[in-house]
Design a protein around this ligand. Structure first.
Ligand code: BGP
Length: 468
């Protein structure tokens, strides 16, 4: 029997400023590290992306027509504060007021993220979140936005603290492109979590009327052989790096003994030390029950085996299946040759992993209040024919993930919405414009939009709430 989702569910689409807006130097916007980094390391830039800076009325009109009642948008910090702090850029402020007004006009509720991978260059080149001064600058920026954009009902502090540390300091595919530095990964996670904690405390102390939360990417980690203690341990350690450390910080207000023991083991094997201060834990503790919601971005799970050799990581950014490699000394190795389908970019497709992750949050962090799936979708080399894309693989992917959401709700989880990544095609940070996710195809030559087969499917879904 077809599964159902609740009537008041959000059927949303997700975007991010840098991946959608283009206009990276327009109207006083400050630079971000990605501007130069893409030029130096990749075969594309963020200009013009999907030209959302100019085309947002078109995208929001389409959203309304296709039954999409929520949109994830991020504010580009460097449009508001071109240098990260100090002088405000009025044109940037005006742009976001106009954008939020248009969202409400179209009955598409904006869920607004303050930071989606795009720290202003001036602060990024100064250490990004490894530099504790930038915690203060982030809180100041958040405070400005809370006071200025009173029309925003849903705030998210950060998008994916996990993949930021991972991309910047482990895999090295995000600026500044540092490889295999696990101490920096954890330090970045920790400092960003303090920034989050301080920002939501401020929001609540000032009595604003909206809701506020955080978005974490939570890939589920499984042992290849559940009977082998080494594999089980590898899955646990991987989970600590990507999930448990930041979930503990969010909902426990400290790191559990098990988490800290895992972190010590990982750093003994890979070097480096962390700096924690007493005030950090005061901030985390004060914020742990203030999150109105948790956003979960879920694309994949991973299967781990024990590994004690040399660390080696290859990011598959080309979409040639089989290019990925990931093994960390004393942590574990990801196995791709398991009986699970994967995308051309070696992302393992496993809807059950979303169910398991939600149930884990519910069990281990019962103060989570409610969940939105804030990103999920299929990166695909879409074929544009007949002015559309027959993206049955994407429909199948989304359907299977929505089915487990329906199961999770029946099993007692509080889940209030789903945001498909992405609303329209945007570029992918480390994979370019070839990896498409949108409900609406974007011709990047002329910026025209075309509904894909999935857009018609999604419209029906939002009208009936039946997943079929
Ligand atoms: C998430 C990011 C998004 C988006 C998505 C797809 O990590 O929040 O910004 O890019 O993943 O990933 P990718 O573009 O690497 O395929």
């Amino acid at each position: 029997m077809a599964k159902k989702l609740p009537k008041d569910f959000i059927f949303g689409g997700a975007t991010a400023a840098y991946q959608a807006e283009g206009a990276i130097q327009a109207d006083g916007k400050g630079a971000v590290a990605w501007d130069q980094y893409l030029k130096d390391n990749y075969w594309y830039t963020a200009e013009p992306a999907s030209d959302f800076y100019n085309k947002y009325p078109v995208d929001l009109k389409l959203a309304e027509e296709y039954g999409i009642n929520g949109i994830r948008i991020s504010i580009a910090w460097s449009r508001i504060f071109p240098n990260g702090f100090g002088d405000v850029n009025p044109k940037g402020v005006e742009f976001y007021h106009n954008l939020f007004t248009e969202c409400h006009k179209r009955n598409v509720e904006p869920f607004v993220t303050l930071h989606h991978f795009d720290t202003p260059l001036a602060l990024h080149s100064n250490g990004d979140f490894l530099n504790r001064k930038n915690i203060d600058y982030f809180v100041d920026y958040a405070s400005f936005c809370f006071e200025e954009f009173l029309e925003v009902n849903y705030w998210t502090t950060f998008n994916e603290i996990g993949p930021i540390g991972d991309g910047q300091y482990l895999v090295g595919k995000f600026p500044p492109g540092i490889h295999n530095d696990l101490a920096k990964v954890f330090q970045s996670h920790h400092n960003m979590m303090i920034s989050h904690a301080r920002a939501i405390k401020l929001y609540k102390d000032k009595g604003y009327k909206g809701e506020i939360g955080i978005v974490h990417a939570l890939p589920t980690k499984y042992p290849v052989n559940p009977d082998k203690p080494g594999d089980v341990r590898a899955a646990e350690l991987e989970d600590i790096i990507h999930n448990k450390f930041i979930l503990d910080a969010t909902y426990l207000g400290h790191y559990s003994e098990k988490t800290l023991a895992g972190v010590s083991h990982i750093l003994e094997n890979n070097g480096g030390e962390l700096e924690f201060y007493e005030e950090d834990f005061i901030a985390l503790e004060a914020a742990k029950d203030l999150n109105d919601f948790l956003g979960i971005n879920y694309y994949m799970s991973d299967w781990m085996t024990e590994f004690d050799g040399e660390t080696e990581i290859n990011h598959n950014g080309t979409g040639i299946k089989g290019g990925a490699k990931y093994q960390i000394k004393g942590v574990g190795r990801r196995e791709y040759d398991v009986d699970v389908p994967r995308t051309d970019w070696d992302w393992m497709i496993y809807p059950q992993g979303l169910y398991d992750q939600i149930m884990r949050v519910k069990k281990d962090y019962p103060n989570y209040k409610k969940i939105y799936v804030t990103e999920n979708g299929l990166g695909y080399k879409d074929e544009f024919v007949d002015n559309t894309v027959y993206d049955d693989a994407r429909i199948d992917y989304v359907k299977k993930h929505l089915e487990v959401l329906s199961d999770a709700i029946l099993d007692g989880a509080t889940i209030k919405g789903y945001f498909l990544w992405s609303l329209m095609d945007v570029f992918s940070w480390s994979n370019g414009y070839e990896k498409r996710y949108g409900l609406f195809y974007v011709d990047f030559e002329n910026q025209k939009r075309y509904p894909k087969k999935s857009a018609y499917w999604y419209k029906r879904l939002s009208e009936t709430q039946i997943v079929e």
